[in-house]
Design a protein around this ligand. Structure first.
Ligand code: FE2
Length: 144
């Protein structure tokens, strides 16, 4: 697998808003399950199928998480370039995910390695950049 080392929570991941931090911790836990997924003895396509199944439950939580971040934005921040960009980043996550699903349906057995790598990179970058910025804006408005 692309990333066998579990991702451990670090202080630098904290965005300073308790609910978002708790959700990010849960997401990283779920991501570690995806990272650790390496069923031995399965044919490549079956192995990829297992990863795609795990991706479904990961993404159920991701959808809930995006909605809660977007609800916080709507409640506390007037729509601006940054909030729009943030929502677009969430939307483009889904469109990349659907290209991975399509490749899997078309029988591409190499999709799981690239998918796992993508998930790790996307989530860590998103937390460290876009969500940090959201956290600062929420903190400025008294949301912790
Ligand atoms: Fe976000």
């Amino acid at each position: 697998m692309a990333n066998p080392e579990p991702i451990l929570w670090r202080n630098e991941y904290s965005v300073g808003v308790a609910d978002i931090d708790a959700q990010h911790q849960r997401l990283l836990e779920l991501l570690n399950k995806v990272n650790a997924m390496n069923p031995e003895g399965l044919a490549p396509m079956a192995r990829t199928g297992e990863v795609m199944k795990l991706l479904e439950s990961f993404n159920e939580y991701a959808a809930y998480h995006f909605l809660s971040e977007e609800a916080l934005m709507r409640e506390h921040i007037e729509a601006n370039e940054d909030t729009v960009k943030h929502i677009v980043a969430h939307r483009s996550y889904w469109s990349i995910i659907s290209t991975f699903k399509k490749r899997f349906q078309e029988g591409d057995e190499k999709v799981n390695g690239e998918l796992v790598e993508y998930l790790n990179r996307w989530w860590i970058n998103h937390i460290l950049e876009t969500d940090q910025q959201l956290g600062r804006e929420l903190n400025r408005r008294g949301v912790r």
